[in-house]
Design a protein around this ligand. Sequence first.
Ligand code: NAD
Ligand code: AHE
Ligand code: ZN
Length: 374
Amino acid sequence: MKTRAAVAWAANQPLTIETVDLEGPKAGEVLVEVMATGICHTDAYTLSGLDSEGLFPAILGHEGAGIVREVGAGVTSVKPGDHVIPLYTPECRQCKTCLSQRSNLCTSIRGTQGKGVMPDGTSRFSCEPVGGSQPLFHYMGCSTFSNFTVLPEIALAKVREDAPFDKICYIGCGVTTGIGAVIFTAKVRPGSTVAVFGLGGIGLNVIQGARMVGADRIIGVDINPARQEIARKFGMTHFVNPTEIGSDKVVQAVQDLTGGGADYSFDCTGNVTVMRQALESCHRGWGESIIIGVAPAGAEISTRPFQLVTGRVWKGSAFGGARGRTDVPRIVDWYMEGKINIDDLITHTMPLEDINKGFELMHAGESIRSVVVY
Ligand code: NAD
Ligand code: AHE
Ligand code: ZN
């Protein structure tokens, strides 16, 4: 079949809208009509050429919601008409990691996913830009910047049908990543102090997660002063702007506001200097710092080992530690029950033709989340 898609032909080039050929689902695969997709900073990161797994030409996008249109042989967990959220972290429930119940990092298809192909090693997408059909790479196993896409069955969370696609697409990455990092990864306790570095599409969800679990003080750190107002609305109690006080004063500022250091901190910037600040802002003896931000290929983190010897813990979180097929439908329920606020974080919506505008708004710090509605 043919589908409309935004194609990333090369790093740092605007996406172009193309009519793309899409092969139908093979065994264990599902054809999904994507109804809406968010634009996450990770899409911009890969488009920038700094992703060590970045491949071109590709169809980016990993934060979608849509409807199952066709299933391949042997598919049993979804059927045509079901509403679904694509999962870049699938849940096969059979691999060593899934069975361990100790991590959400399902390994069953991670190898081929990182190579931009389906589990059988081939792509379902191709395009003829200048004559001659050329395969296009899938992205994070999702490619939601295409109106139709094909995914493995294990990479789909079935969700309730009354939930609006243009809002719940954000649960496909940002909402789950932020709230999940609080609930599943850090397991933040009521009454805790929390410091959140980077108040964008992820950090604001960390803040609302921290408020949900009853954190006492929630410190937000961002170089964009415009983030203060919306962060307070989501539960931030104190704001630190590194540009105003000097970035070398940030650690002390968080320690002063938390009686010696935060119980938990979260990096939501992808900047390794900020990751160090987040760790060192934690309380001696027990503070835990969670890295959510994705850093450029080759970047490394550092700190004095004494920071860890004296009890601070450094860990990371992918997709908020959520098990997609199990947890994502629950998070959709939380939204529908009014327990979490998604609407106020979606600051812009646009048709696919304007997708590059969504990237521009992100880079200018003007949007929290842009959503493309097909
Ligand atoms: P975003 O662009 O919406 O937000 C980033 C925020 O960080 C902005 O508000 C920006 O002003 C702020 N910032 C930048 N430099 C800063 C600094 N030096 N100090 C303080 N604040 C600073 O991006 P996002 O969509 O929220 O994504 C944030 C990061 O999380 C990205 O690196 C993204 O790739 C990553 N991410 C990781 C996962 C995961 O599963 N681990 C999932 C989604 C996104
Ligand atoms: N290809 C990247 C990996 C970047 C990364 O860490 N991705 C996160 C999700 S970001 C969503 O916005 C993730 O899930 N990581 C675990 C995994 O298995 O990829 C790189 O840097 O090489
Ligand atoms: Zn993302």
